[in-house]
Ligand binder design. Structure first.
Ligand code: COA
Length: 150
């Protein structure tokens, strides 16, 4: 499996758009306020945020992540939009995408990255992140903000 810039793989945008619409239906679905295609297209950058990454295995996209301002927390750079296709879960792809996002932030000169999540706290802590605060998402769900210092 390889992790590449989304900018090099914009052929996968339609599939990622469908995954976002399905996984985050209240936000990216037909009646939601978000526009998955526009958000994903905006991430086709190499040096300036938002920057998307994709995990590719045998020519197939299996997941994505991005570095950007997190609108839920107003913190930047944050790891956002982490999604692994349903057929590819449980194989460490999210962890690999997170590691690549960290490496990218470090390469761009940042010494700290953020992520807000309700589900991946255990993994983040194993990877050296620490909890910093609580956050309330648009859907009123409460999550935690994690920080990774390099
Ligand atoms: C959450 C998600 C990205 C995990 O992807 P993945 O490739 O299956 O994750 P990994 O295989 O790298 O697993 C990482 C660890 O997180 C744990 N984990 C994965 N999904 C989890 C979930 N939904 N809730 C709690 N823990 C989870 C795994 O158990 C694993 O821990 P382990 O190594 O002790 O088994 C994937 O399920 C997904 O895309 N879900 C829908 C979108 C989403 O929730 N994104 C995260 C937003 S913060």
């Amino acid at each position: 499996m390889k992790i590449k810039p989304l900018a090099d793989h914009n052929d996968v945008l339609p599939l990622l758009t469908r995954w976002y619409q399905t996984e985050w239906e209240p936000y990216y679905g037909v009646d939601g306020p978000g526009d998955a295609q526009t958000d994903l297209e905006s991430r086709c950058n190499y040096e300036e945020f938002p920057i998307g990454l994709v995990a590719i295995e045998e020519g197939q996209v299996c997941g994505t992540v991005a570095l950007d301002l997190d609108t839920a927390t107003n913190l930047t750079p944050s790891v956002v939009g982490l999604l692994v296709g349903r057929a590819y879960r449980g194989r460490g792809i999210a962890a690999a995408l997170l590691k690549s996002a960290e490496d990218l932030a470090r390469r761009l000169g940042y010494s700290r990255v953020y992520m807000s999540t309700t589900v991946l706290g255990d993994l983040l802590e194993r990877m050296g992140w620490h909890k910093s605060a609580e956050v309330e998402f648009l859907n009123a769900q409460r999550g935690l903000i994690y920080v990774r210092d390099f």
